[in-house]
Ligand binder design. Structure first.
Ligand code: ATP
Ligand code: MG
Length: 247
């Protein structure tokens, strides 16, 4: 489909096309199409822009990923369809492993996602389950050793159950989620309320920039960040978005 560049909803329509293409390739599942729609609705209300609060969360996330000893980036169908290249760049920037982790798991789909990530420059992608999280019953419990051994896990468009399970296992979680009210948003250590396609390039840039800082400075950035407060402000911005549409 050809989307005219001057269409007022050009960016949003391009993302839809990416998700549809991912669905046709067998990377995205039907439920993924619906999850994307929920994200679209929230993004609409947030003004489809990266708010100052999101940048603060991105900075805290960058600090946490750089302070990590064994970070891991987990990828699902939607995130692969939307941001494969940037997810690989993120992993390279902070020296993280990459794992494919799916709610609607099939070994075939996990392999396809790993292939797309490799086409985008990933050297190694862990997509074969090697262990299980014993405090989670969904298919997302099946993880690689990369997750078991990790100290910091990056997730996006994640299910709240898994975020909670990871935190219970002592991991710190950096999440990108457009919904400041979701369980993932509330359970994560650092929640970036923004669209993954806008947030990832900024996160990568901040990591490159923060590499010049010493550990103490990074710890300070993290200490000065309050996730609950950040979420409260993002929720307010969301409510304001609803009011403005009503006017
Ligand atoms: P939770 O399980 O955390 O309570 P949920 O069950 O409401 O959340 P899920 O379907 O598990 O939702 O997770 C998908 C999440 O990803 C939703 O909160 C949705 O708003 C968000 N999302 C969808 N598209 C994007 C996107 N492009 N960028 C960031 N977040 C997105
Ligand atoms: Mg969920």
């Amino acid at each position: 489909m050809i989307i005219p560049k001057d269409h007022p909803r050009y960016e949003s329509l391009i993302l839809r096309e990416k998700i549809i293409e991912g669905f046709r390739k067998g990377i995205v599942v039907e439920a993924g199409l619906i999850a994307h729609g929920r994200g679209e609705a929230l993004d609409y209300l947030l003004g489809e822009k990266t708010h100052e609060q999101a940048v603060k969360a991105i900075e805290a996330g960058a600090a946490l990923l750089l302070l990590a000893e064994r970070p891991v980036i987990t990828v699902n169908g939607n995130t692969c369809a939307l941001s494969a290249k940037e997810l690989v760049e993120l992993a390279n920037a902070c020296g993280a492993k990459i794992e494919v982790n799916l709610f609607y798991r099939s070994e075939e789909r996990a392999k396809k996602i790993a292939e797309v990530l490799k086409e985008n420059g990933a050297e190694e992608v862990y997509y074969v389950p090697e262990a299980e999280l014993d405090n989670l019953s969904s298919e997302r419990r099946k993880v690689s050793m990369a997750t078991i051994e990790s100290d910091v896990v990056f997730v996006a468009l994640e299910d709240g159950d898994r975020t909670k399970a990871l935190v219970e296992k002592g991991k710190k979680v950096v999440a990108i989620d457009l919904n400041p009210l979701s369980r993932t948003a509330r359970e994560a250590t650092v929640t970036i309320v923004d669209n993954i396609v806008r947030a990832l390039p900024i996160l990568i840039k901040k990591i490159e920039e923060f590499k010049k800082k010493d550990r103490k400075k990074l710890e300070e950035i993290l200490k000065n960040f309050n996730n609950e407060e950040n979420l409260r402000i993002m929720e307010k911005i969301l409510r304001r978005g609803i009011r403005e549409i009503e006017l």
